[in-house]
Ligand binder design. Structure first.
Ligand code: GMT
Length: 375
């Protein structure tokens, strides 16, 4: 099949999932065309089956906002015609589903009929998409997609609760190539980050308020009073400065490292003992799954799709949003003996196996077949 994948090329989970999906589909023999404004961060290798087409938006001073949707839908039309693309798969509803719909309509004028699969990722529904200024357009583009998928049952429920949706929503969870992950973590350089008696705790996110990074500091502060440990914060965003100041205020700045955005998350997870994700909202929690796949237990909030990924008492523990006391207690429970840490590490990998690429990607392929048949 010739498939165009539209996504955000940045460090966010939706772009990561879209890129990994494209790579897995290419391995299955499909021809994949990524169409976005920059080469996706995890797309290191372009190959026979993988193409990248950059959307450029010419800057014109009259425009206060440059019209990306227009440039994207025009690019989609051109690429579909040039490469005989058979299906559009757009990740993150805003504005990709809207631009994809416009491309479909333009192509139909030329008797080219192409189905569009829209994958909802989370904030496109729960935060941004739900804003009254966007809601009618988001509702319209979901209802006019040929197939709609969501990354968790929880996100599906949220979508049906918040929007007036007439389409069936198929739950296709996020996934990870688990064997690849396990083999990528062989050359662990733990001694670079901590001394042998210290535990390493990690948080990875875009450091936005929704991630509650200050809770990560609060939890770590409580842990380090009981267990010698270090905290690594990977990612960048608006909460970073406030969190750096909070570490200073608590006198723990020497024990906390802010690494900024990194392409080497696997290397960091390789020597991590515990992952913390106390988010306000999380449709799935791909960062938690990545940690689990590397054998790292997770302390998380019990919001959104997280209970579908992090299994209570097995891969880690879940608590109510903001309950930093309980999260710290559970973290200490996992970390305070070698035996319990090893048990949780093993169970984390076992829980992650449910989301292996081999199980999930065929679900998308099946839906593609269905969309093409119905077009
Ligand atoms: O977490 C973010 O703010 C980024 C966002 C994205 O689109 O990149 O993540 C969302 O999609 C991920 C991939 O499906 C999910 O794993 C995240 O849980 C989801 N984030 C939220 O719902 C807040």
């Amino acid at each position: 099949m010739k498939i165009a994948i539209v996504c955000y090329p940045t460090f966010g989970g939706s772009g990561v999932v879209a890129t990994e999906l494209g790579l897995a589909l290419a391995e299955h023999g499909h021809e994949i065309h990524f169409i976005t404004y920059k080469q996706p961060v995890r797309l290191e290798l372009l190959s026979k089956n993988i193409h990248f087409h950059e959307v450029t938006v010419p800057i014109y001073p009259l425009f206060h906002f440059q019209p990306y949707e227009l440039a994207l839908s025009s690019k989609l039309v051109d690429m579909v015609k040039l490469h005989k693309i058979e299906l559009l798969h757009v990740h993150y509803a805003i504005p990709h589903a809207y631009a994809g719909y416009m491309a479909k309509k333009m192509l139909a004028e030329e008797n080219i009929f192409i189905p569009m699969v829209t994958t909802l990722h989370g904030t496109d529904i729960t935060l941004v998409g739900n804003h009254p200024y966007y809601k009618p357009a988001v509702t319209f583009s979901i209802n006019n997609s040929d197939v709609v998928t969501s990354v968790s049952q929880s996100l599906k429920d949220d979508t049906l609760r918040l929007f007036d949706i007439r389409k069936e929503i198929y739950v296709v969870p996020n996934f990870i190539d688990i064997p690849k992950k396990i083999s990528s973590v062989s050359n662990c350089q733990r001694n670079l980050m901590a001394s042998p008696d210290e535990r390493i705790i990690t948080h990875v996110s875009n450091l936005r308020p929704v991630k509650r990074v200050k809770d990560v500091i609060e939890i770590f502060d409580r842990i380090q009073k009981k267990i010698p440990s270090r905290l690594i914060i990977v990612g960048d965003g608006p909460e970073r400065l406030k969190c750096e100041k909070l570490c200073e205020k608590k006198g723990i700045e020497e024990k906390v490292r802010f690494l900024g955005n990194s392409n080497e998350v696997d290397k960091i997870l390789c020597y991590t003992d515990l992952f913390i994700l106390p988010s306000e909202k999380e449709s799935f929690g791909l960062a938690a799954l990545e940690a689990m796949a590397c054998g790292v237990p997770v302390i998380s909030s019990n919001t959104g799709g997280l209970p579908e990924v992090n299994i209570q008492g097995v891969s880690g523990y879940l608590s109510e949003v903001g309950n930093v006391e309980e999260m710290a207690e559970n973290a200490i429970k996992i970390l305070n003996s070698e035996e319990s840490l090893l048990r949780f590490k093993k169970q984390a990998i076992e829980s992650a196996m449910v989301f292996d690429t081999k199980k999930i990607v065929p679900m998308y392929e099946k839906l593609y077949q269905m969309a093409i048949k119905n077009e």
